[in-house]
Design a protein around this ligand. Structure first.
Ligand code: R5P
Length: 311
């Protein structure tokens, strides 16, 4: 393999790709991704990648299907241009919530998308805070799974809050919340959430003590905002003081930003896996994971350990 490393970006989050390239002191790979008159994606790589180690950055955030197709077409393009190794860098991996047959006659889209990325020609994948850790195993190619927690936790440490309780908005998020609580030396509480439809949830109980405490609600993503806003409401009714929302992926679909704005949240803290421009959820802090991604890419390129980034 040529020693060259080239990072390309789809249109989903070019500013993040630029920040990663700044960290690595590289230019973003030259490519044009446009549209044919009928709406199909038109893609051309504008530099020689024969024998190169290439990385394609594209979170599959809304509009999900367009961004996913861009990713697949870019990978196909690079494979046919004889890149030696192609790593799909998917900071936000969409279609992840259907990761099992929770009922009859439903698809497992997380596996389907992993298959599509592999079939397009990716030799490796790199993702951040997958909705469920086992999705890593849905890829039949080596896959590195990064966590935004070090970046988000560092910010909370800088706030020097006292009497903090980290709250998981649902039972599925306990592991993530426990990791935050441990590293912030904070208490832990859990909301017992029941989901009646993709956009409706109800918190039945708050398990743990949030009375008079500063609450940090932690989740992997804020999509419609229903889960985290409902959990905030429950914490407030149980006597919580200030409430912070913390999520890796600010999907902010539909009226999520408005819901958060109305919920009197002290601050919403998210990473830059997905751009949030044009959405106003009230006090917002976007923390960049570009250095983390850049360092992981550097280590993959040099065949060094990635997991040691998190010890
Ligand atoms: C649930 O399993 C996830 O961890 C998130 O809580 C959920 O996907 C967020 O979705 P929404 O913002 O639409 O409630």
């Amino acid at each position: 393999m040529k020693n060259s490393m080239v990072i390309f970006s789809g249109n989903a989050n070019r500013p993040l790709a630029q920040r990663v390239c700044d960290y690595l002191h590289l230019p973003v790979g030259a490519a044009e991704i446009g549209r044919f008159p009928d709406g199909e994606i038109d893609c051309k790589v504008l530099e020689d990648v024969r024998g190169a180690d290439v990385y394609v950055m594209q979170p599959t955030c809304p509009p999900v299907d367009r961004h996913l197709m861009e990713l697949l077409i870019l990978i196909d393009c690079l494979r046919r241009a004889s890149a030696e190794r192609i790593t799909a860098v998917v900071p936000y991996f969409g279609y992840a919530r259907q990761d099992r047959k929770a009922e009859g006659r439903v698809p497992i889209t997380a596996k389907l998308v992993a298959n599509l990325i592999t079939a397009a020609g990716a030799s490796r994948a790199l993702a951040v805070d997958l909705h469920a850790a086992q999705i890593q195993g849905f890829f039949d190619i080596p896959t590195d799974h990064l966590f935004a927690a070090p970046v988000l936790i560092e910010y909370f440490r800088s706030l020097e809050l006292t009497e903090v309780v980290v709250v998981s908005p649902d039972v599925g998020g306990i592991k993530m919340a426990r990791a935050y609580a441990k590293r912030l030396a904070a208490g832990l509480a859990i909301c017992d959430k029941r989901r009646s439809s993709p956009s409706e949830t109800e918190v039945m109980h708050v398990i743990g003590d949030v009375n008079g405490k500063n609450v940090v609600l932690v989740d992997d993503m804020i999509s419609t905002g229903t889960t985290i806003v409902e959990a905030a409401r429950a914490c407030r009714s149980h006597g919580a003081k200030d409430i912070y929302l913390c999520a890796t992926h600010p999907v902010l679909a539909g009226s999520a930003a408005e819901k958060i704005r109305k919920a009197q949240i002290k601050e919403t803290i998210v990473s830059d896996t997905i751009p949030v421009e044009g959405k106003d959820p009230g006090p917002l802090r976007v923390l960049s994971i570009a250095n983390l991604l850049g360092e992981a890419i550097r280590r993959i390129h040099r065949s060094e350990s990635v997991s040691s980034l998190f010890v």
